[in-house]
Design a protein around this ligand. Structure first.
Ligand code: JB9
Length: 126
């Protein structure tokens, strides 16, 4: 199933574990080719309360992009809304929005994976 850019968004609803160290939402073609790896870190890889974004091309990570905002708390029930166009991906949260360049020029995605300390409740393509 392919998911195309113009105006659509992927909604991932769930709960951050109360002892979360980190979680990740990955969208792209497959696990080796990611348009976006959105990785909030509460305390892991030496990062505290930092969102690390990156892309992955044929299994190789790109340049990391660390965001200034960290609008997450342990135990939060959240809905993450991801959309993208030919230039960038947008991650919308209730009180924050993050942009990340579409480095791979991906026009549609068929892969979504949520990893780490996040309990998925629902996923919606709208
Ligand atoms: C300073 C030393 C060299 O520089 C570091 O070099 C590391 C390795 O490259 C980078 O780290 C890598 O960064 C990548 C993005 O660029 C990916 O995030 C990758 O993870 C891939 C990955 C995902 N997953 C599943 C997953 C995802 C989220 C949470 C968990 C589990 C939570 C555990 N829960 C517990 N224990 N309760 C599991 N596993 N591996 C991470 O290893 C660091 O950022 C980087 N740090 C800096 C400051 O530059």
């Amino acid at each position: 199933m392919w998911f195309g850019p113009p105006g659509e968004c992927i909604k991932v609803k769930g709960k951050i574990e109360s002892d979360a160290k980190g979680f990740a939402v990955n969208v792209g073609k497959d696990s080796n080719t990611l348009l976006l790896h959105f990785n909030p870190r509460f305390d892991c890889h030496g990062d505290v309360n930092t969102i690390v974004c990156n892309s992955k091309e044929d299994g190789t990570w790109g340049e990391e992009d660390r965001k200034a905002d960290f609008p997450f708390q342990h135990g939060d029930k959240i809905e993450i809304c991801i959309s993208f166009d030919e230039t960038e991906a947008t991650v919308k949260l209730p009180e924050a929005e993050f942009k990340f360049p579409n480095r791979l020029g991906m026009e549609k995605i068929q892969y979504l994976a949520v990893e780490g300390d996040f309990k998925v409740k629902a996923i919606k393509f709208s």
